[in-house]
Write a protein that binds this ligand. Sequence first.
Ligand SMILES: [Zn+2]
Length: 299
Amino acid sequence: MRPYLLCVFLLLVRSGWTAEPLRVVTGTTVVQDLVLQIGGDRVRSTCLLQPGGDPHGYQPVPEDVKRLAKAQLVVINGLGFEGWFEGLAKEAGYRGTVVVASATVEPLAMEESDHPAHPGHEHHTAQDPHAYNSLQGGMRYAEVIIDALAKADPAGAAEYRTRGKTYLGELRQLDAWAKKAIAAIPAGQRKIVTHHDALAYFARDYGFEIKAPGTALEDSQPSAKDIADLVTFIRAQGVKGVFLEFAKNDKIISQVADEAQVKIGAGLYLDGTGAPGTPAATYAGMFRVNVEAIVAALK
Ligand SMILES: [Zn+2]
């Protein structure tokens, strides 16, 4: 049989066998992209967050309740990223499976100050949810999602596994590319300052030192001392990698860069993918854009 005839035949078979696409709801844009890459047209996935939305401080809207009520499967990042999810699930009466994409990742701890609305400004330790900012983490997420889709839709299991294997191969290639690109940065210059503490897994796997004035909370305010310490760090270490983040308040980083008299590098996507149609619209794209920005500023 000629290849295109085989394709037509398979399409006919599939459209005859499969019912409606699996209705998936995802908690973050990274997880959403992974579900789409692996699920293809067997899934119809809706992300609760829009690109550029802040998972840490997200406030669900009434439409989210409706979306969740109709879901057959939910996939979240986990590690506390979607702290708002439990309340939303209760409100929507969702009792289906909730898959935690980061389930097989070994979590790093992060320091998180209390929300300014609560008194005290005490620090406590939480799990760092930004595991996808290392491709080692992203690959673990993809494996979990392959299994979850195969379980939720057994008729598509072979398809999810085939597509998942191809996608994992792409992420492995991207990881090899990143390691090679980063090798151009002298080890002593692998120091990065960003708005919030989101690159710990990246730092561990690619050999960087990270400083961030903000904690995971969008509206947390660093003290004057925090900022002064950061300026001292940048000057003393000759840090060239001071980066803004997309969808974050730029004022603090701009102030730090001004005081330290350093240039600001291109914006990084650390909490989720970029807008549709941009190079950072996918998880792999976002990772590549970040590495390119870091390498361009530091080498
Ligand atoms: Zn974050």
